[in-house]
Design a protein around this ligand. Structure first.
Ligand SMILES: [Zn+2]
Length: 366
């Protein structure tokens, strides 16, 4: 394990929020232009502030961080810059395919329309991809358009997503307060998306349990689960034979398992938000390894790179340190993710080929 070059691993990023991955200096630059007040104007100190707020254990303090990031993403120029830098940072992290999620409805304060903000982000993503290519690199990105689950714009945002399906938008998501805001609240939106064959991932099984995951699948027809880590609450120890545990899957876990519904697990974020507090306080306590071992379709994600001071490179390293994963395991996580990206089957197969070739090179030390 000691010899693994984690940065060189070709990565697929399924769960990474645009408003959770800004560069500190960019926040400072835009805040100074627009007069938004910041706790500090030093990039290093600001990065530390974000991490401390997220680590504070208080949801109120955590959410203040998004007031700032969303606050500096209210103009076309700012959205394009943030999206462009986001792609450059992903490529630098070894990401070859990334889906970037964000909620257009939170970026209308200066009078831009929903369509205009989606266009602005798409411009940035395309500029980023071109810049990576110009330097001899490779990355493909797509937008996941998110509706805020406590708000009432689900159908409008679903229509926005479908309207931009030929303009870089690859899927739909709902985010925000999970508890008390089941996907069924947005049933009309999900019925419409299904009628358009438009793919959905849904935040579920992070701040709420099995019932929320069930509703994401039943009402939302979710093809992937945003985190989904609390699916472990539907897995029960049936018997122990020697040092082998026999488990019984409840009906929701059984469906998720049988249908290979991917879990967008985000180890560091799951620790910070208390999603796995029943299990412990370190990465080694994360049920990631239990789920992987049982054969669930686990994927590794960052959620919010700025708030968690992390990257996919770091998350893979932390998991390998905790559970002893080797290149074969790390390859499986990337293939799991490549299997469920919101692209055509042909593109998913191509992505898997690219990953397998790159892992062959890594194994042979090329
Ligand atoms: Zn998330």
């Amino acid at each position: 394990m000691a010899n693994i070059d984690f940065k060189a691993i070709p990565k697929v990023s399924l769960h990474d929020h645009l408003d959770g991955g800004l560069r500190p200096q960019t926040i400072i630059d835009i805040a100074q232009e627009t007069g938004l007040e910041l706790p500090t104007y030093d990039a290093k100190e600001l990065a530390k502030w974000f991490q401390d707020q997220a680590d504070s254990g208080s949801l109120v303090e955590y959410l203040k961080t998004f007031d700032i990031t969303i606050g500096v993403m209210q103009t076309r120029e700012a959205l394009t810059r943030v999206a462009r830098e986001f792609v450059l940072d992903l490529a630098d992290d070894g990401v070859v395919y990334g889906e970037v999620r964000w909620a257009p409805e939170q970026h209308l304060r200066n009078g831009l329309t929903l369509d205009e903000v989606v266009d602005a982000v798409q411009d940035g993503l395309e500029q980023g991809m071109e810049a990576v290519e110009a330097k001899g690199g490779f990355i493909v990105t797509g937008q996941l358009v998110t509706a805020m689950r406590h708000a009432d714009r689900g159908l409008e945002i679903a229509e926005l997503a479908v309207r931009h399906r030929d303009n870089g938008v690859v899927g739909f998501d709902i985010a925000g307060a999970e508890k008390g805001f089941l996907p069924s609240r947005h049933k009309e939106a999900f019925d419409y998306l299904a009628s358009e064959f438009f793919p959905c991932t849904i935040h579920a099984g992070e701040a709420d349990g099995v019932e929320s995951i069930k509703d994401a699948i039943v009402s939302g027809r979710a093809q992937r689960l945003g985190h989904g880590v609390r699916i472990v609450e539907d897995i029960f120890l049936a018997a122990s034979e020697g040092d082998e545990d026999i488990v019984r899957l409840g009906p929701v876990a059984r469906w998720v398992y049988d249908h290979g519904i991917a879990l967008e697990l985000s180890p560091s974020s799951n620790l910070q938000t208390g999603a796995i507090e029943a299990f412990g306080e370190t990465i080694a306590d994360h049920p990631f390894d239990i789920l992987y071992d049982l054969g669930f379709k686990v994927t590794v994600n960052v959620d919010n790179r700025l708030m968690s001071a992390t990257s996919l490179t770091r998350e893979l390293r932390l998991l390998s340190e905790a559970f002893g994963y080797d290149l074969d395991d790390l390859e499986q996580f990337q293939l799991n993710a490549a299997d469920v990206v919101f692209q055509d089957l042909e593109q998913r197969e191509e992505l898997k080929e690219l990953i397998m070739d790159a892992f062959d090179d890594l194994r042979e030390g090329r």
